[in-house]
Design a protein around this ligand. Structure first.
Ligand SMILES: [Ca+2]
Ligand SMILES: [Ca+2]
Length: 476
């Protein structure tokens, strides 16, 4: 009976909290973010309209210990996130957490740019503060330590999920993207790219802690001295899984450096795609790597990786996985996603057979049944057309195909396929391909040959299907 009373009281408090929770709206024309926060009580929300926010009250923002959410109008909509901008304009950083904030102090769906500070260019977390940072873009911020995010003074363990941490820089010490001092954050589903520092281009972590990194894509970060991607030392025992470390650069240890500098340090790595494999993990005296299951060293095949241009500037890339990437379904078969768990795009984890490596869970194309006629193609014979039917599973409409996107074995078809319509209700479409074009394409192919027809629907989703035909060479 006593237990029941406690439960009833607890529910009553929850109801009271949700009933009383207020939402404060900030727009470019109306108010500042700090003023809205100052008006808040625990469990309130500040919603920021799309726009660019600068100046006093819109940078150096401090929650002052409140358990509130500060967010854009829709943190899961990348267009909204990209257009809800806190521009620190080189005079301050974005957010400060220094008052024992916990995971219910949340920043979600904001873009923070041009922040500057000694430590933590965009976000600074210290003094037992462990906020949640979700769906944010942290770009072009700079500091001496921790160009993007800094977590210091121990017991500051933020949860950073579904964020893009791009092109931030640390000028004198380490952590172009993230700097950790005695911190044990969780960093999950993030793209960390184009960051630069003397040491630890992406992440620099030292003093006792257990940072957890999972499903992050860490690429094209640079260190001018060592540790292009990750530098951990002095018993910052880092654990990384289901992540990609590729194309990071440094004169020594382009991917990972595990240092001692006063205390042996260990790193645990499993289900990661790391350029150079285990030999890329450089170990100081007494330091160890626990090289777990499922690690690979195969080019990840990003859609369009970023790069450093001739002027030394980072040109942003697209770190989604291409169809056929070795990182697709390369994760732990025993991994169980939490209910509602997503990748950085909001796609469900898991899609396909298993969890993917990196921030992106690849969306498998809609499986089309492709049938090419004739089944045996005689390269000697002439004719105008090769025909091909594309059939979608029930529930999909073949009429949604974007006709400009059709490719055959990854190549554009010239001239474009001619469409032979089918009835409006049909999920099967006949296309005609220029015969001489296809024959030229298959001139050197070994028979039988696999032909993969792929393309996009008008909503951007992909479809693909494969058929196999025999080819009779001109001499045969
Ligand atoms: Ca998958
Ligand atoms: Ca995805």
């Amino acid at each position: 009976m006593k237990d029941k009373k406690i439960t009833i009281c607890f529910i009553a408090v929850l109801i009271a909290n949700s009933a009383l929770a207020a939402t404060y709206y900030v727009s470019e024309e109306d108010g500042t973010i700090q003023a809205a926060i100052d008006a808040c009580e625990d469990f309130d929300t500040v919603v920021i309209a799309p726009g660019t926010y600068r100046g006093l009250g819109n940078c150096g923002i401090n929650f002052n210990g409140k358990a509130i959410t500060v967010r854009s109008t829709d943190p899961t909509d990348s267009q909204i996130v990209n257009s809800t901008i806190i521009d620190c304009a080189g005079i301050a950083r974005g957010f400060v957490f220094n008052t024992w904030e916990k995971a219910d102090s949340k920043v979600a769906g904001l873009t923070i740019i041009n922040g500057v500070a000694m430590v933590g260019g965009a976000i600074y977390s210290s003094n037992n503060s462990s906020p949640s940072i979700t769906n944010c873009v942290i770009r072009n911020n700079s500091a001496i330590y921790g160009g993007g995010i800094a977590c210091i003074n121990g017991k500051s363990h933020p949860v950073i999920t579904n964020c893009q941490i791009i092109a931030n820089s640390a000028s004198i010490f380490g952590g172009g993207g993230i700097y950790l001092n005695g911190s044990s954050p969780t960093i999950k589903n993030c793209i960390i790219s184009g960051n630069a520092a003397p040491e630890g281009g992406a992440i620099y972590s030292h003093n006792a802690g257990n940072p957890l990194i999972s499903n992050c894509t860490i690429s094209t970060n640079t260190a001018s001295n060592s540790a292009g991607a990750i530098y951990c030392y002095k018993s910052s025992n880092l654990m990384i899984s289901h992540s990609i470390l590729w194309g990071n650069t440094a004169p020594s240890a382009p991917e990972i450096l595990v240092g001692n500098l006063g205390a042996a340090t260990s790193i645990r790595i499993s289900y990661c795609d790391i350029q150079g494999g285990q030999t890329s993990v450089i170990l100081d005296n007494e330091c160890t790597v626990d090289w777990g299951q499922g690690n690979i060293d195969i080019a990840p095949q990003f859609v369009d990786p970023g790069y450093i241009d001739n002027n030394g500037h980072y040109v942003e890339g697209d770190y989604h996985l291409l169809d056929g990437s070795p990182c697709i379904d390369a994760g732990d078969s025993g991994f169980v996603a939490k209910p509602g768990e997503t990748d950085i795009d909001g796609n469900p984890r898991i899609l396909g057979e298993k969890i993917d490596l990196g921030g992106d869970e690849f969306v498998p194309p809609i499986p089309a049944v492709v049938k090419i006629m004739p089944k045996t193609l005689n390269l000697r014979s002439n004719g105008n057309w090769i025909s091909c039917t594309i059939q979608f599973p029930d529930g999909y409409d073949i009429g949604d195909i974007d006709t400009d996107t059709i490719v055959l074995n990854g190549e554009e078809i010239n001239p474009a396929p001619t469409w032979s319509g089918t009835g409006e209700d049909s999920n099967k479409l006949l296309i005609k391909l220029d015969r001489s074009e296809i024959q030229d394409m298959l001139e050197t192919a070994e028979s039988p040959v696999s032909l993969r027809v792929a393309g996009k629907l008008n909503d951007g989703s992909d479809f693909a299907g494969t058929d196999t035909i025999r080819v009779l060479k001109r001499g045969q």
